[in-house]
Structure formats: structure tokens, C-alpha cells
Design a protein around this ligand. Structure first.
Ligand code: ADP
Ligand code: MG
Ligand code: MG
Length: 252
């Protein structure tokens, strides 16, 4: 589904990613962990197509398409979801209308007709029940005055509505409390299927108690320095990132 080869990227003359290789197949959940500043959010941002990041080398294939050539809108149309793409507050725009626009933009990209009011409502109801989200949250202006937990709930609801092939969740800087961890984990676990995949970026092992990943990768200094299964996350929790750093720094 996703194949990253030798990806180098940076921002404002600064090289951050220094040769990332990663393959994600349908049905898999991959966790990217690593110390602060190692490039986790940069990787998520580059995959999302955020304009301020510059790709310097390498390639990213997403379901047979050259991802790096696609606009952010086209990436969404192809089935990529990025939670932090929409954390903005838009005064006056209800969350429902925002999600309706997003859903219909994706449909338009795929040559499908817009959902009419009835069909949209039906989909909303189904996903609201699934994600245990309250109607009142959705009629409020997008993210305006939302608590951290409400923002998470809303993000995860957007993901459920868009039914992405690949969801990329960057949970590093969101100050995940236990409530938010449960919201994210329940959402991801309910959406997991053999046809879709999740790339979960996190600094904390704790989230992986709730979302059990198939693979764990450690990003350090712009490279994936170690990959393994969920046991690797437990090992990191126990030994800390310093042990990874010392091994890598000794080799370099
Ligand atoms: P992580 O998510 O793993 O904590 P980031 O991808 O946020 O790491 O950051 C990687 C490195 O890039 C850090 O050294 C950070 O200071 C730097 N960086 C991130 N954003 C910018 C920016 N806008 N301008 C300059 N340097 C940046
Ligand atoms: Mg950081
Ligand atoms: Mg980060």
C-alpha cells in the first residue's frame, strides 16, 4: 500500500529525514516511535504534503501512485487521512458542514456524486454510533473552544467518515491524557480491517497498550534505526531511548 524508499526531506535548509525506508501493507498497523526531534512529525507532514517541507531525495509509492507528485487534496482523494491536517478552528463553520465538504470533496475526486442530505445524515448517524460521539459536538463551530478530548473525538470521527485506506496519526504533541488515549485507540481499533492500514506516530509506549501494532519502528536522527514487533515498544519503555541513541551514536 505504502512504500517509502530512501526518503530525504528537510525544512528551511535543515535536513531532517535522512533516508527513510518503510513498507506498509493492507491490514497492518505500524507505530513510529522515537525521541523528541528525531523527525516523526516531519515524516507525517511530508506524507501529508505540507508545503513548508522539502523532499530532497527518494520516493513514496501509495497504491501504485507517486504520492509526492500529488496535491494534498489528491492524497486525501486517494485515501490518505491525516489527523492533524484539520486541527484549525474555523469560526462560523459547523463541524457537520466541514465534514460534509470533506466527504464530498473526496467523492468528487473519485468521480462519485455528492451525498444528498438524507444519505449524508444516514452515514453520520452510523459513524456517530460507532465512534460514540454526541450530536451536540458536531453542531458546534469546528474546533472552536473544543477541549483536547473533544478535538480528538472530532478527528477520529472525521477519520471514520472518510474511511481512509491509510490513516496517519501523529499523536506526539497532543498531550494525550488517558481520556484522549482511549478515544484514539477505540476509533483506530474499530476502523481496523484487512483492507486499511494505520501509521501511528507516537512518543509514548502507553498508547500501544491500547492499539496493538503489528510493527514498531524507532526513528532517530532522521533514520529508522530499529524495527520490530510490539515487544520493541516494551523494550523501549523499559530501557529508554538512551540505549538506542548510544548504540547508534557509537556506530556513526
Ligand atoms: P519529532 O516529531 O520526532 O519530535 P520533528 O519532526 O518535529 O521531530 O522535528 C525534527 C527536527 O526538525 C527537530 O530538530 C526540529 O527542531 C526540526 N524542525 C521541525 N520543524 C522545523 C521548522 N519549522 N524549522 C526548523 N526546524 C524544524
Ligand atoms: Mg517533537
Ligand atoms: Mg512530533
Amino acid at each position: 500500500m505504502l512504500s517509502i524508499r530512501n526518503l530525504h526531506a528537510g525544512i528551511e535548509e535543515k535536513k531532517i529525514l535522512k533516508g527513510i525506508n518503510l513498507d506498509i501493507k493492507p491490514g497492518e498497523v505500524h507505530a513510529i516511535m522515537g525521541p523528541n526531534g528525531s523527525g516523526k512529525s516531519t515524516l507525517a507532514s511530508v506524507l501529508a504534503g505540507r508545503a513548508d517541507y522539502e523532499v530532497l531525495d527518494g520516493s513514496v509509492d501509495f497504491d501504485g501512485k507517486d504520492l509526492l507528485e500529488l496535491s494534498p487534496e489528491a492524497r486525501a482523494g486517494e485515501g490518505l487521512f491525516l489527523a492533524f491536517q484539520y486541527p484549525v478552528e474555523i469560526p462560523g463553520l459547523s463541524t457537520t458542514n466541514f465534514i460534509k465538504t470533506a466527504v464530498n470533496e473526496v467523492r468528487k475526486y473519485r468521480g462519485q456524486e455528492s451525498l444528498d442530505a438524507v444519505a449524508f445524515l444516514r452515514l453520520m448517524k452510523e459513524k456517530m454510533a460507532m465512534m460514540e460521539i454526541d450530536q451536540s459536538l458536531l453542531s458546534r463551530p469546528l474546533n472552536e473552544g473544543f477541549s483536547g478530548g473533544e478535538k480528538k473525538r472530532n478527528e477520529i470521527f472525521q477519520m471514520a467518515m472518510l474511511e481512509p485506506k491509510l490513516a496517519i496519526l501523529d499523536e506526539t504533541d497532543s498531550g494525550l491524557d488517558i481520556d484522549a488515549i482511549r478515544i484514539v485507540a477505540n476509533g483506530v481499533n474499530k476502523l481496523r480491517s484487512k483492507d486499511n492500514a494505520v501509521l501511528l506516530v507516537t512518543h509514548y509506549q502507553r498508547l500501544l497498550d491500547y492499539i496493538v501494532p503489528d510493527f514498531v519502528h524507532v526513528l532517530y536522527n532522521g533514520r529508522i534505526v530499529k524495527s520490530g514487533t510490539k515487544e520493541l515498544a516494551l523494550e523501549l519503555e523499559e530501557r529508554g531511548y538512551d540505549f538506542i541513541k548510544s548504540v547508534v551514536d557509537a556506530v556513526e
